[in-house]
Design a binder for this molecule. Sequence first.
Ligand code: HEM
Length: 224
Amino acid sequence: MGKRKTEFEFSAGLRWTHWIRAVSIFALTVSGFYLAYVFISPETSDEPVLFLNAKFRMWHEIIGFVLIAVTIFKSYLFLADRVSIKERVAFWDLVNPKIWYQQIMYYLFLGKHPELKGAYNPIQFLAYIGLYAMVFLICVTGVILYAHSYHEGLGGVLLGFVRPLEAWMGGLSMVREIHHIAMWAILIFVPVHIYMAIFNSIMGKEGSIDAIISGYRFNKTDKH
Ligand code: HEM
């Protein structure tokens, strides 16, 4: 083991938003699967009081709004937070063909890890841009579906605004279909993300998983 230098990489806001999103995506996937396939039925009763589907939908919507709020806050951090400058400068690695080449060679076990300017390698950064696009899509389609299930209060206010978008997407059933497909796109991202986090943590030996928990990474000081 070589020498290590601790480096503060991820702010508290970034780490909290990461884990709140992880938990809410899990809960939204479980409740979303129920809304799509209704995999449990309520106990039988002769009174119409169980409303299991409505309860699942209610929790799905509550957690959905948590995801929306956290995504907006995280986007603000990305653009404005002082510590998150490491995320922003990763853009310069994304547009650098040399870094792309070195990163691919590293993953093929044919070269060293490139010297990055920012917090993310270009493949990772591109995957995150794709994830944000899918989360944005699932949130927008989710809000359209929500506005159709609660016609008063916020739902009523939003309905007028989302109607043109709904028509543009091809109607309400298409909105639901797009919402469902976006879930699968996110579900492809998740295992790849976890695999890559473990891969980089083991191969790099710089505590890349530790960084999203404590905020600190342990950079090698003798790597060049
Ligand atoms: C990772 C995030 C999310 C996942 C995985 C997810 C998943 C799903 C799935 C699979 C369905 C069923 C679609 C079908 O019938 O095929 C659904 C429905 C729905 N989702 Fe989401 N969703 C997410 C985020 C959201 C958000 C942010 C909102 C906004 C509040 C939302 C609101 C709704 C509503 C209102 C429905 C329709 C319920 C119904 O028709 O009874 N979802 N969701």
